[in-house]
Design a protein around this ligand. Sequence first.
Ligand code: M6R
Length: 615
Amino acid sequence: MCGIVGYIGNREAYPILIKGLHRLEYRGYDSAGIALIDSESNLHVYKTKGKVANLEQYCKDKNISGTIGIAHTRWATHGEPNDVNAHPHYSQSENLALIHNGIIENYLPLRQMLEKNGFTFVSQTDTEVLVQFIEYVRSKSQCSLYEAVHQALSQVVGAYAIGVLEKGNADVLVAARKGSPLIVGVGEQEYFLGSDASPIVEYTKNVIYLGEEEIVEIKRGSSDILIKNLSNVKLKPQIQKIQMDLSEIEKGGFEHFMLKEIFEQPKSLEMCMNGRVQTEMQEIILSGIRDNIAKFRNARRILITACGTSWHAALIGKYLIEYYCKIPVEVEVASEFRYRNPVVFEDDVLIAISQSGETADTLAAIELAKANGAFIYGICNAVGSSVARLTHSGTYTHAGPEIGVASTKAFTTQVAVLTMITLLLGKELGTIDDSTYKHLVTSLSEVSKKIEKILSKADKIEQISKVFTYARNFMYLGRGYNYPVALEGALKLKEISYIHAEGYPAAEMKHGPIALVDEEMPIVVVAPKFKIYDKIVSNIEELKARKGKIIAIVTEGDTNIANIADYVIEIPSTEECLSPLLTVIPLQLLSYYIATAKGRNVDQPRNLAKSVTVE
Ligand code: M6R
């Protein structure tokens, strides 16, 4: 939540910062702001409520010159989204400007202390407290900006990624992180800051992933990058190459990132399986699992934790692993797991799933399980993210950057990784027979082509969506592997269209939700033809008897359900355990088309942010 950009070098900072903000806007879009130091070393802050485009408009008649600057796009935590609460925040003397992603938990006692010392505040934000506190420390100990930031952060409780500028100090940019991501881009005689690599990749592929509690000072024209941690230990900067292409973070002719990402799924799944699903040998190769097979073999149970869409993928993981590997699996949303004092054994394996790798609750759940001695395995998309660094081992999903707030290709690649893990584990543990293993490996490799087929019929789904823009409620039903898909379909619809939607196990519907069914109620039933097909057909009959409007996701050629349901959307036939990879695609498209028909901003839905780095 919140996006941070920074620049110091020989070019004009403003265009770089604005472009960077546009790329990070998916992280929050309540308000945006920019701070620049001009050639006379004056510090200017411009900020305004609303999106980055509003900021650009606002800056049109302002002095936006300067070769050093910081910028911010906000998802409000403390204080409503307005001009005053927008970042950057000035210190009292207006000598310092600071941008911040995270939450300063002890901001109240700090604020009270500062007020006693004559500081006054213009905003309700914790960020203003932090910048004032840095100024206070700086004036007390007459130290450098870097030292003041260091000393101040030593007394701060909470999470932060920050960038700080100082009037009269046009050659120095100080930044720090704890709990929120921050990357330093290292170019020729220039440096960049970004919450992720998207504002940086256009200029350099050399980056430093700032570690936990690390503070960096970058200086104009100097190749020395000073990094110390909060314990004052000097660290050697580790420069890494980012594997990201500019085309991956652009819309590429699609109207929205979400649609682009839905259509990218055949490709992202191929990237995910590349080198891992060996079709000729009919083998799965996953070094993270192979190298740690003893941990899984000896595991008392597997815990899987995640949030949102990643949690839905985790639920599918439970169906997969318990069925094929015979290891007990418990799945829990990370925010519940971390706070309920769960029993975690040293011989547990915890799998943490996260697209961004930065979700605060998921990170806290990892820390908790780690402290209890469990082996931690990460499944994440963002290379170099906190999940990747905090876990003992793991598998990247390689979905490529996901910019749309609604998760689509992240979900299918997470499910693909869980499937690969299951197959390999099952084979190693001897719980899957060889012919089933080989058959499933081959079937998995065919999924991308089948998704292409579903996508080629997107027009039909768009037509169906037009019928349902009236709806105020939706119900999604599924059974077995497709129960989590029903949950995911409901989440997709509500987050981008603002239509209320609920997902249920289909048979649960008779225990309450059926009371909601009338001729106004659209019910999406995920009903591919597998072993409990007859039961789900009965469920559809029961709903039809109450005049519900049925949109059924069925296996190709299913004339039976076609005769009962109001609308059917076909998916190619596949194995039951692989079906979520196909059935979710029409649900993503249905949500997308309903939301766009209602004029919603699907890439940046209200109140949401892509990466939930605060609790
Ligand atoms: O980055 P993560 O996978 O950890 O994010 C978890 C959720 O915040 C995320 O899946 C969210 O639910 C999506 N907006 C759903 O589309």
